[in-house]
Design a protein around this ligand. Structure first.
Ligand SMILES: [Ca+2]
Ligand SMILES: [Ca+2]
Ligand SMILES: [Ca+2]
Length: 429
């Protein structure tokens, strides 16, 4: 491994904010005034509607005025919230240098995975899968909502939650994964290896390597070379859900991807992105996951700020199924880039100089990245291990085991006062 790709891709996901506070007496929130920072992110003529029954749909109109007059008025009784759709932007911030501390850890390219006490789980054969009542192996599915993933990477291609309904040959002898048909009638054509909600296609293209790096931290295959990237939960499966192209996505694509993750049985959603809030629909969506027993793991962000006071989203949402992750450096102190906050940040995990998989088209199979984007997937992998050890546990039980079994130190400014300790979390399950 040489001078690696020190990318850091959290960023000002400048998007979504409809200021709450002007509800009318029916509880309907129709085109509330967006924050000024959100106006630039509006996607013209696309509107998100949340219905009274909780469903969310994307609708189109020739203008906001026309849409309000013709669509909203006609359906007013069934509508709860109407918002403009917003772009999600995730600028790629490249850190020029790693902050080097006096620590022997920095010599170990895999220092992150070696310092979360995960061997204790592996030694008990807790690796991210379990045997069901029929004696078949079931894999915990982690949905990676990101810029895509290199599904052909040698450390990842065996680690994907393939959709068996789009596998094999159709009646004409064509491959179901590429025949242009929705063979399993789930609403998505050829969704064999995840889906691209930004472009409505089955090509999950990771232009930044960000999603490939995140995926490797969670579940990169283990093999015989000790210097190779290894994932936290090698028997878990990744569901690659691409909702951005060229660093940008939309609220509607993120919401569709969350729905898809739920439909395909994901128990964990990794969200290594964030920024300012423009949409209350995204907040309600994440809130609704607690009743579905799904955990949503969000990066705390890289602005070195207290997010109890300077909010970033989705990390500063108050949702029971949300777990927010900040990062530590080689010496286990909080990383200089990491956001913090004793109410809104839950736990820290390694996030400085993390080696993981890169998109093979970059001509490198692995490299380093830095940021809370890297810390979040350590926790997502840990949750997959916990759930595989106790598949009947509720999301709440898994979350509280994670947060009670930590390396504890009073100086950690987060709600658990701790950093990730997989073995101890397993012990408190
Ligand atoms: Ca993409
Ligand atoms: Ca399908
Ligand atoms: Ca097909």
């Amino acid at each position: 491994m040489d001078e690696a790709n020190k990318g850091l891709l959290f960023g000002a996901l400048a998007l979504i904010f409809l200021q709450i506070g002007c509800k009318n007496e029916t509880g309907r929130r129709i085109f509330e005034e967006p924050k000024s920072g959100c106006l630039k992110q509006v996607i013209p003529n696309q509107f998100l509607v949340q219905w009274e029954d909780g469903q969310i749909s994307l609708e189109y109109g020739s203008s906001k005025e026309q849409f309000e007059k013709e669509f909203v008025e006609a359906h007013l009784d069934q509508i709860k919230i109407v918002e403009q759709d917003y772009q999600i932007k995730i600028p790629l911030n490249i850190k020029s240098e790693l902050s080097i501390q006096n620590s022997s850890n920095k010599q170990d390219p895999l220092w992150g995975v070696h310092n979360i006490n995960v061997e204790e789980a592996w030694d008990q054969n807790v690796k991210g899968s379990y045997m069901n009542a029929q004696g078949n192996e079931e894999h915990i599915i982690v949905a990676v909502l990101d810029d895509g993933m290199d599904i052909f990477h040698k450390k990842l291609r065996s680690q994907i939650a393939y959709n068996l309904g789009e596998q094999g040959l159709d009646e004409n002898g064509n491959n179901k994964s590429s025949n242009g048909k929705d063979d399993d009638n789930n609403g998505y054509v050829d969704d064999f290896a995840g889906y691209n909600f930004a472009q409505n296609s089955n090509i999950v293209n990771d232009t930044s390597s960000h999603g490939t790096h995140v995926s490797g931290i969670i579940a990169a295959k283990h093999d015989e070379f000790s210097s190779d990237v290894i994932g936290v939960a090698p028997a878990a499966k990744i569901l690659p859900l691409d909702f951005m192209s060229n660093g940008g996505g939309s609220i509607s694509a993120a919401v569709d991807a969350i729905d898809y993750a739920e439909m395909m049985g994901a128990r964990i959603i990794n969200a290594s992105w964030g920024g300012s809030q423009c949409s209350s629909i995204l907040e309600e969506k994440i809130n609704s996951l607690s009743s579905k027993n799904i955990l949503f793991v969000a990066a705390a962000g890289n602005e070195s700020q207290d997010i109890d006071h300077q909010f970033v989203y989705p990390a500063s949402f108050d949702a029971p199924s949300l777990i927010v992750v900040g990062s530590v450096e080689y010496d286990f102190y909080m990383a200089g880039h990491s956001n913090f906050g004793e109410n809104h940040v839950d736990i820290f995990a390694p996030g400085e100089g993390i080696m993981s998989t890169l998109d093979s088209r970059t001509k490198r199979v692995d490299g380093n990245m830095t940021g809370t984007s890297m810390a979040a997937p350590f926790v997502s992998g840990a949750l997959a291990l916990l759930w595989s050890a106790n598949p009947d546990a509720t999301a709440n039980e898994i979350k509280s085991a994670l947060l009670s079994g930590v390396y504890n130190d009073d100086f950690y400014n987060n709600s658990s006062r701790g950093r990730l300790n997989v073995g101890a979390a397993l012990g408190s399950l």
